[in-house]
Design a protein around this ligand. Sequence first.
Ligand code: SF4
Ligand code: SF4
Length: 354
Amino acid sequence: MQKRILGRTGWAVSVIGFGAIKLPRIGFKECERILNRSLDARINFIDTADCYGDSEEKIGQALKKRRKEFYLSTKIDERDGRGVRQKLERCLSRLKTDWIDLVLFHDVRGSEYEKIFNAGGLEELEKARQEGKISHVGISIHGSIPMMRQAIESGGFSVLMVAYSAIDEDRLTADLLPMAAAKGVGVIAMKPLAGGRLAKFPARGWDYQLFKAESPAQLALRYVLSNPHIKCAIPGMMTLNELEENLKVGERPRELSAAEIKKFMAKAGEAGKGFCRNCGYCLPCPEGIAIPDVFRYESYYRHYGLKDWAQSQYGSLPVNAEDCSDCQQCLDKCPYGVLIPSNLKTAHKILMES
Ligand code: SF4
Ligand code: SF4
């Protein structure tokens, strides 16, 4: 398994990490099997989150005897000192461990960023670091490029986790990733398969000969890893087939040819049409709808099986998608052609299902 150094952590992490977001969708025995096989195959980075259903518990139970064989990363949604400490203690208990290698502030948005600094969240994690309960602090940001820049420059975070795949790489590559590298911030790519969109091209038209008999998912991962500033990609996995497919990418590195990249990017471009990248360019909405949040909760509901969490997050939004007045102001602002008003209706229906 190929390894890369994750910024200032100094850790040599496997280029394919285990994204544990889908573990709530399978039983414990299957979790045990897939997690153990991952470690046997030299995956040494496992990423979960406090809000991923019972993912933390399953990892803790399945790997408690192999804890020293991998870097464990989890994410918390709290921003203030008290909340961060409560969640951290819960993570440690669920994960059945005395220490967590990396704790990230999860999906930071808007004014939450300042809160991390002003309401004691970062300070609390620093205390936990001194107590030996965690090793490094990171941040995951889904949308705002200026916030990513700020986080890199702040010096407060060793790791930045971003959604990065062939369909949204243009937003990040120009200067952000080199800047992170120069500042010693390790970048991890979440959603490298764009929530599964890049793994499911129709077989017809897929050029197996050109792509060396590799699948769309493998090409998508190779594409992400062809950027040297990405140190680890964490596709969500729940079957051994997915794992074996992804493993081959890390075990047998190869450079994509120009012809492969051209053809693959054309396919990715088609797949990316109308897909919300959570960039936030469509905001503000005059009705106050948090458009990217709504689509993200819908995606968590549909693709990752986090139904209860997605519905409760959606329910806590001050304005819901039903309040869209169809003014169409957002349509011109979205660079990715998302049919926002009609997609909001669909998302609302799904997220209100009982
Ligand atoms: S169409 Fe709906 S979502 Fe878009 S800006 Fe208008 S009210 Fe907001
Ligand atoms: S709807 Fe378009 S502009 Fe708005 S967050 Fe999604 S991709 Fe970005």
